[in-house]
Design a binder for this molecule. Structure first.
Ligand code: UDP
Length: 336
């Protein structure tokens, strides 16, 4: 298939582009580069052994999306574009609603106008109202969430469902990501957060690289085995393979699946895995809990295996080793 990746220059999109090409698909990327680098597309092209066309522009621009769909005779869209910083979404809710909802609606409208029926959407485990262990897809989803970012994802899920009700030809997959981490095994592409990372893995990687002084562990008094928060860390290449499996399994209607491993890792597990990869202790301190954080969030990944024939195969140690290789080779990300 010829696949358009909106937001495809970002962390998950760039890895997905490579795996799609490995599976004989053709890829076009549309990205406004507001939180991504064209260097990621150049490196992904090199790794994939083919030049990936990059259109620099906004997925919220319906006419532009329509032109790209027509010019490249696109068969399917994977919609990654959107703002993704949870904390920032609390400070800038209107921007998050405008960009995330606007780009999803514009992309779906452009697809309808051009007769493109295949749509894969980047959702998030944050849509679950009551996080916990082994969340299945039928767990409660709604707007009673901790932040606007999660609400944009829950609303877009509803939009996709409504669009599917109105157009029975639409073939959609909604992918609820748990915690994407790691990097391509080459160390050439990886996560390149702007400013101070909010997420645990890039923060620890920067501590290991000497860019940040010490990790602050947000609470060690949770009701978890070691007291620190537990998440389902999924290697970004496993996640990328999940997108390809979802694309190839599309059928009329909406299939909603978790993409997670089913295993939980604590903050201390991540820290220790990093210390093992780096070969020394990393400075850290326990501080107060971060508001809004759940004790545990892990996936029940059964449905993805049943419906997509997909499951994650890479471990937390694999992800940490790959993240460290990327960080070591590119201490300042794509700016190096
Ligand atoms: N965390 C931490 N220090 C940090 C960043 C995160 O202790 O600097 C913890 C956080 O409380 C949570 C886990 O690491 O238990 C994963 O946080 P992240 O922000 O990566 O993902 P999310 O909270 O969105 O699942």
């Amino acid at each position: 298939m010829r696949v358009l990746l909106t937001g495809g220059a970002g962390f998950i999109g760039s890895h997905t582009a490579i795996v799609l090409i490995e599976h004989e698909h053709e890829v076009v990327i549309l990205d406004d580069l507001s939180n991504a680098s064209d260097e990621a597309v150049r490196r992904a092209s090199r790794l994939a052994g083919t030049e990936i066309p990059l259109v620099v522009g906004d997925a919220g621009d319906r006419e532009l999306v329509g032109r790209v769909l027509a010019e490249h005779r696109i068969d399917a869209v994977i919609h990654f574009a959107g703002r993704k910083a949870v904390g920032e979404s609390v400070a800038k809710p209107l921007e998050y609603y405008r960009v995330n909802l606007g780009s999803a609606i514009a992309t779906l409208e452009a697809m309808a106008e051009q007769g493109v029926e295949r749509f894969v959407f980047s959702s998030s485990a944050t849509v679950y109202e009551r996080p916990g262990p082994l969340l299945a897809e039928d767990a409660q989803v709604g707007l009673d969430l901790e932040n606007p970012y999660g609400r944009t994802k829950a609303i877009i899920e509803a939009i996709v469902t409504d669009a599917s009700m109105a157009n029975s030809a639409l073939q959609a997959a909604v992918l609820r990501y748990f915690n994407p981490v790691g990097a391509h095994a080459s160390g050439n592409i990886g996560e390149d957060p702007k400013g101070i990372p909010n997420n645990l893995m890039p923060f620890v990687a920067q501590v290991a690289a000497g860019v940040r002084e010490r990790l602050r562990i947000f609470g060690d008094d949770y009701d978890t085995p070691d007291g620190t928060g537990v998440r389902d860390y999924i290697h970004v290449v496993d996640l990328a393979e999940g997108h390809v499996a979802a694309l190839e399994a599309l059928a009329p209607g909406v299939l909603t699946v978790n993409l997670g491993t089913g295993s939980g890792g604590s903050v201390l597990d991540v820290l220790r895995a990093f210390e093992a990869a780096v070969g020394r202790e990393l400075p850290h301190e326990i501080v107060a809990r971060r508001p809004g954080d759940a004790a545990i969030s892990t996936a029940d990944p059964t449905l993805a295996h049943e419906r997509l024939g997909w499951r994650a195969t890479r471990s937390l140690d694999d992800a940490v080793r790959d993240a460290w290789r990327w960080q070591r080779q590119n201490p300042r990300g794509y700016a190096d």
